[in-house]
Write a protein that binds this ligand. Structure first.
Ligand code: PRX
Length: 635
């Protein structure tokens, strides 16, 4: 069994051991899984190249560990509970055996449609059980899944399909979210029409039964293809370092990059962190509200919980439909023991009033989790008092798409908590703070740029199709270290507080958005000459998107212009990237070499114009005053 830490002193000892002898520590964790061939070497690494290999020579299949391994002892235990968008509809449950059979059927269907080991399969689906089943079916036959959040536009989907030349797209007919009915298949058609030549098959899951167009020879129904297949399917043998999945995420420059995770290390790490951070006990019901389109859903709805033999909930809906009590209703209904969500949801629900949670029995909750962005103290306290009733510790978990699993987190019930602190590095994680010049700050109490100086099993291996980019973005800023892009503070007791991104990435409602991407989208509007996008503090979303735009025709009606900008951003990226505020400007502050000074724009957007400092060295200092004066015109 994967080690489960039971006390703070146990943590301290485990941590010490894991740093002193990482290979020994991670070999012990790996031994608890089913391997078809044992590894020859636990770890070989070089951060310069980068070349990181865990469990080299080892062979396995992750689904054998998620499913087959549990059949004997917990074949009849519930593996997955699916809670639909509409609460008047029944929920669905799958035991481990049922999930195993469903995955095997789908895996056989994928094979029958020509999908082989190494092929990429794109998912563009709502939160329905078939998404989990499809993802695991890929892993079972060694196909690489690339799940794209179903809120992205056709154009963003096309970019992702093309970047990894996916052979198949799996989608639904429609997506029901709250009161909305989103035409998913239609978006897929539009995406493929953008020269996605690699796509041979589109497998369509009938979700709502709404009308869709099916292209002969290319489009097939899930129910025709999957249901008639055999309920067992041999798992393909994978090398520990074979690719398991690609997940696209935004950076400070260029297009989103495909973060690559591999089989062995990801398996060991997600299971270990799941069991320890949530202190999952046999029989518990665990619910993570994330979407599988993001890393949180991959690691802590699907893989971590299933590897640990847990019961995991998948939720199709939104926190406020049909009303602001929905989360708490689901917690009561399924007697949820561990609940994991994002601060933005907590803030939104907090704003709806304390009476919502008070209607429900939340006594089953043992641990509460937070992820994706810093949680402010007010939201932390509300979560603690109104949801956990002061009895369920909050684990504020810091990690990233690239880290694959949770890196810094409290261990529930084992030490005192500090609101807004992610607290301690998990065993095997060696964080450090460095100065802008790359010097490690050794004092206990410190503030700096957060780096990780030793590999951990679930770390990013490459960015798909562009290894150099992986090297440049993560391993070149500071020699010999993985750079997270976050700033952090460390207290004298060694606990960490994440401050937020220090690069041009903004975190809107826990969604990571590159400012360059939004600017590129805005610039597609035919009257836009140039734009600059920054983040600013937003009460509910954490950060909002503020766009400064130069328009060649001048703008009389900013509200109408904003609508046009929203339209173009929605088309290029998706509604999640729509600017919250738009300010039309005559120029953007630039250095003499022509670089936009986003630092100044960030200050103005955050209402801190008085701390901008000297601007006299700018190419166009006069524009700063003008932007400041006209800020009130922003809409
Ligand atoms: O800035 C950090 C923030 O989210 C970024 C990673 O985003 P993404 O790859 O989309 O993954 C989100 C879910 C793991 C980080 O660089 N972040 C994540 N968790 C926290 C956080 N910021 C503060 N506190 C956290 N607990």
């Amino acid at each position: 069994m994967t080690k489960q830490i039971t006390s703070f002193s146990d943590y301290q000892k485990t941590y010490k051991d894991s740093v002193k002898n990482p290979e020994k520590f991670w070999a012990a964790q790996a031994r608890t899984f089913t391997w078809r061939k044992k590894w020859d070497e636990v770890l070989s690494w070089d951060f310069e190249t980068p070349d990181i290999q865990w469990y080299k020579g080892g062979q396995l299949n992750i689904t054998e560990n998620c499913l087959d391994r549990h059949l004997k002892r917990r074949g009849n235990q519930t593996a997955l509970i699916w809670e639909p968008n509409d609460p008047s509809q029944p929920h669905k449950s799958y035991t481990y055996r049922e999930l195993y059979e469903a995955v095997c059927q789908c895996a056989n269907a994928l094979k029958a449609n020509g999908i082989k080991k190494g092929d990429r399969v794109c998912f563009y689906m709502p939160m329905v059980p078939e998404l989990t089943i499809g993802v695991l079916a890929c892993a079972r036959i060694g196909a690489v899944h690339s799940v794209v959040f179903a809120g992205f536009s056709a154009s963003a989907l096309a970019d992702r399909i093309k970047d990894s030349s996916c052979k198949m797209v799996i989608c639904s007919d429609y997506n029901q979210r709250g009161a909305k009915n989103i035409p998913v298949k239609d978006v897929v058609d539009k995406a493929i029409a953008k020269k996605c030549k690699s796509v041979e098959t589109v497998l369509v899951h009938q979700n709502t039964g709404g009308k869709v167009k099916m292209k002969k020879g290319r489009d097939k129904w899930w129910h025709d293809e999957v249901s008639r297949r055999r309920k067992n399917c041999d798992a393909v043998t994978m090398d520990a370092e074979d690719m398991l999945f690609i997940l696209y995420t935004s950076g400070s420059t260029g297009k989103p990059k495909g973060v690559v995770h591999t089989c062995g290390g990801y398996m060991v790490y997600t299971c270990f962190t799941f069991k320890n951070v949530f202190q999952y006990q046999r029989g518990d019901v665990y619910w993570c509200t994330a979407d599988i389109g993001w890393i949180t859903g991959h690691s802590y709805i699907i893989y971590g919980p299933l590897l640990a033999g847990a019961t995991t909930i998948m939720f199709e809906g939104v926190p406020t439909y049909p009303d602001a009590g929905r989360f708490w209703h689901v917690c009561e209904k399924h007697r949820v023991n561990q609940f994991y969500t994002a601060p933005t949801a907590i803030r939104a629900l907090m704003a709806m009033g304390d009476h919502w949670p008070s209607h429900y029995d939340l006594s089953s909750l043992k641990t509460l989790g937070s992820v994706g962005e810093p949680i402010n103290e007010e939201a932390w306290n509300w979560y603690d008092q109104h949801i956990g009733k002061g009895k369920a510790p909050i684990v504020d978990t810091w990690w990233q798409t690239e880290t694959g699993g949770i890196m810094i987190s409290p261990l529930p019930g084992m030490h005192a908590l500090k609101p807004s602190y992610a607290m301690y590095p998990l065993p095997g994680v060696q964080p450090c703070l460095v100065t802008a010049e790359g010097k490690e700050i050794k004092t206990k109490e410190a503030e700096g740029l957060l780096c990780i100086k030793f590999p951990w099993p679930a770390m990013i291996r490459t960015t798909y199709g562009d290894h150099e980019r992986c090297k440049q973005v993560y391993f070149s800023t500071f020699e010999g270290m993985y750079f997270t892009g976050d700033g952090a503070r460390r207290d004298k007791d060694g606990s960490y507080r994440i401050i937020g991104r220090v690069d041009d990435v903004i975190n809107v409602s826990g969604h990571r958005i590159g400012t360059a991407e939004v600017e590129n989208a805005i610039n597609e509007h035919d009257s836009v000459i140039e734009s600059a996008v920054v983040g600013y503090p937003h009460e509910i979303k954490g950060q909002g998107i503020y766009a400064y735009i130069i328009n060649d025709r001048g703008v009389d009606d900013v509200a109408a212009f904003k609508k046009e900008i929203h339209k173009v951003v929605t088309k290029v990226i998706g509604p999640i990237a729509k600017p919250d505020l738009i300010q039309v400007v005559s120029g953007l502050p630039k250095t003499r070499s022509g670089k936009i000074m986003r630092r100044i724009l960030r200050k103005i957007a955050s209402g801190q114009a008085d701390s901008i400092g000297d601007v006299s060295t700018l190419l166009n200092p006069e524009v700063v005053k003008e932007i400041e004066d006209q800020q009130k015109l922003a809409k």
